[in-house]
Ligand binder design. Structure first.
Ligand code: HEC
Ligand code: HEC
Ligand code: HEC
Ligand code: HEC
Ligand code: HEC
Ligand code: HEC
Ligand code: HEC
Ligand code: HEC
Length: 392
């Protein structure tokens, strides 16, 4: 008896406390009335699974501050080598390094351009010169629109980041963070925390179109001129929109294949479920002629996205360091990918006939001069005979 009264009293007190705190919660919540950036850490509280894959992708590490003279921590990145004549103490920010190359910003906020090692390439731990004509310490950092979150250029009223004269603007945080794609999240966070609905027009946005990615992954976004640009006989990087426009995938969106939160370059982490596996393609290409493992374990991506793009380095004359989004394969025995002087890409300028067999098959096979991959030597004629048989 006594025991149950005690329990009842206890429950009554608990209920009172509960009611009391409920009343507190019902006080009108003052949500912010204008939008502002809050940072990805805030989003992590409620969107942990998304945050966890995001921090293993390249987007957030694009621009990193050097603190206490130490190389910034970028996942999966080996030890970088600083440009000749500089130590980490002379560098304020790093640009990239997650994927293909790293560049450096000096003590005054200018790009380091002309000295050996002004570009470091993690792919083979090599060093190059970023720009041989512009003296180091004179080129302003103007790249923030595509590389940072909350970029405001000096022209638009921004102040040089950290007061460094070389910085042509300011940013909230280096790298492409949640709010670079979803817009400022302060009202969303406040409303979700208080469990009230977000006032219309002040929520985060979800843009599922290619236009979102095109802001940074298309070279001439402003004019939408889709002619592929080249440099030194290679297709230039950050032209995925241009490349996709050359083939029947031009109706797909980027997120038709990509998880916008997950890494592509560190696909091996996805434990067999990554974007480079045949699953990406066979979810749409369901007919039996597109069976996997039809050519000694070659994946769809290995044949249909050859590395005809050079971002940091090239490995052979057929292999740069980034795949193209051209997908279509030209099975002619004689079509050439490059102009006779090797200065430009043929399909990009005239016809749109797809990647040629030298670039596709010599990723793995060797040409008559023993140049290419590690598999058997094959002439162009042999390749052409075989190529039309794969999906028969
Ligand atoms: C307190 C928890 C909380 C925090 C913090 C939070 N969110 Fe959310 N978010 C939610 C919930 C709950 C939903 C689902 C709401 C719904 O379906 O109406 C959501 C939905 C979303 C959506 C989808 C909206 C849509 O229209 O489909 C996006 C995008 C989003 N959040 C981004 C963010 C970003 C970016 C941040 C950080 C700036 C963030 N969230 C912080 C709880 C939170
Ligand atoms: C590169 C652009 C980009 C970045 C960066 C980004 N998102 Fe998204 N996010 C998208 C796109 C595009 C979609 C729609 C995906 C779809 O519908 O397949 C999306 C969908 C969402 C959704 C709703 C659908 C879902 O998958 O549950 C939430 C919530 C969300 N994002 C939260 C975040 C958070 C939190 C971060 C940072 C940790 C973040 N996003 C970073 C582009 C981005
Ligand atoms: C229009 C947007 C845009 C502008 C402007 C831009 N970049 Fe980039 N940058 C990108 C994108 C997108 C990538 C990722 C590579 C890709 O998509 O091919 C990239 C990649 C890089 C990388 C390699 C990153 C890595 O992890 O390997 C470096 C270094 C770099 N950019 C430096 C610069 C510098 C320096 C400037 C300014 C002089 C600049 N970029 C201007 C969009 C841009
Ligand atoms: C049909 C599927 C598909 C579509 C559509 C697609 N991608 Fe990809 N993308 C891939 C695959 C697969 C890889 C990995 C290829 C590899 O590394 O061998 C990749 C790699 C990338 C990379 C890293 C390598 C690089 O190119 O520098 C970027 C960045 C990228 N895609 C951006 C985009 C953007 C932006 C769009 C939309 C314009 C897009 N992708 C549309 C399948 C696709
Ligand atoms: C605000 C500019 C910006 C937007 C918007 C953007 N990206 Fe990127 N993206 C970059 C930059 C810069 C890099 C290079 C980051 C690095 O790896 O150092 C990059 C790298 C990538 C990579 C390779 C890095 C990795 O982790 O594998 C993929 C894949 C990619 N972007 C896909 C997309 C897709 C898909 C969208 C649209 C949903 C998108 N991006 C929107 C700027 C952007
Ligand atoms: C979201 C659906 C979808 C995904 C995912 C997809 N495709 Fe496609 N693909 C299509 C459609 C639709 C066509 C056009 C079919 C037609 O018109 O005959 C196409 C056409 C093609 C073509 C012919 C291109 C041309 O211009 O002749 C190739 C090659 C191809 N896909 C390869 C791939 C590969 C490789 C992958 C995986 C990286 C892939 N596809 C992923 C939907 C998809
Ligand atoms: C060993 C290289 C190789 C592999 C691996 C490969 N393909 Fe192909 N694929 C080709 C070639 C070469 C052509 C052009 C054939 C032609 O024009 O007769 C082609 C053509 C295509 C086409 C367009 C023509 C058609 O028949 O519709 C699609 C779609 C396609 N492949 C999808 C895939 C998919 C999906 C995978 C993975 C399951 C894949 N391919 C794997 C070499 C390959
Ligand atoms: C991912 C690597 C890879 C790619 C890409 C690739 N192959 Fe192969 N190929 C192999 C391997 C492995 C063998 C068997 C061992 C050898 O010949 O070195 C082979 C064997 C061959 C053979 C001789 C045996 C046979 O089955 O007829 C021909 C011919 C051939 N490949 C043609 C092509 C053509 C054409 C392409 C481009 C459309 C191509 N390969 C692309 C890996 C590849």
């Amino acid at each position: 008896m006594k025991k149950s009264i005690l329990i009842l009293t206890f429950l009554f007190i608990v209920a009172l406390i509960g009611l009391n705190s409920c009343q507190k919660d019902e006080d009108p919540i003052a949500l912010p009335t204008t939008k502002a950036l809050v940072g990805s850490d805030k989003c992590a509280t409620c969107h942990k699974p998304i945050y966890d894959v995001f921090v293993e992708s390249g987007h957030p590490y694009k621009v990193m501050k050097v603190v206490n003279g130490k190389q910034p921590a970028i996942p999966f990145m080996p030890t970088a080598i600083v440009p000749d004549g500089y130590t980490w103490n002379d560098i304020t920010y790093t640009i990239g390094g997650f994927g293909w190359k790293m560049r450096f910003i000096d003590k005054n906020g200018f790009n380091i351009t002309q000295v050996p090692g002004s570009q470091w390439n993690p792919g083979n731990n090599s060093r190059s010169v970023y720009n041989s004509t512009i003296p180091s310490g004179t080129e302003k950092y103007t790249c923030g629109n595509c590389h940072t979150t909350g970029w405001k250029s000096v022209k638009d009223g921004g102040k040089p980041q950290d007061g460094l004269p070389g910085m042509d603007g300011e940013f909230f945080v280096g790298g492409i963070h949640c709010e670079a794609c979803h817009g400022e999240g302060n009202v969303h966070v406040a409303a979700q925390t208080a469990k009230v609905s977000v006032p219309s027009g002040l929520n985060v946005a979800v843009d599922k179109t290619t236009a979102l990615c095109a802001k940074c992954h298309e070279r001439r976004f402003a004019t939408h001129d889709l002619k592929q640009q080249t440099s030194g006989g290679w297709e230039m990087h950050r032209s995925q929109v241009e490349q996709l426009s050359t083939n029947k995938h031009n109706t797909l969106t980027c997120i038709g294949c990509h998880d916008p939160h997950a890494s592509t370059t560190k696909d091996e982490l996805a434990k067999g479920n990554g974007i480079k596996t045949d699953k990406t393609c066979t979810k749409c290409h369901t007919t039996s002629k597109f069976t996997t493992n039809m050519h000694y374990g070659a994946t769809c991506v290995q044949c249909h996205m050859p590395q005809t793009v050079k971002n940091g380095i090239s490995y052979t004359k057929y292999k740069g360091d980034a795949p193209n989004h051209n997908f279509k394969i030209n099975t002619s025995a004689t079509a050439t990918y490059l102009t006779p002087d090797a200065s430009n890409v043929v399909w990009a300028n005239a016809d749109k006939k797809g990647s040629t067999l030298d670039f596709v098959c010599y990723q793995c096979h060797k040409d008559a001069d023993n140049v290419g991959g590690t598999n058997s030597m094959k002439s162009r004629a042999e390749l052409a005979t075989k190529a039309v048989t794969f999906h028969k």
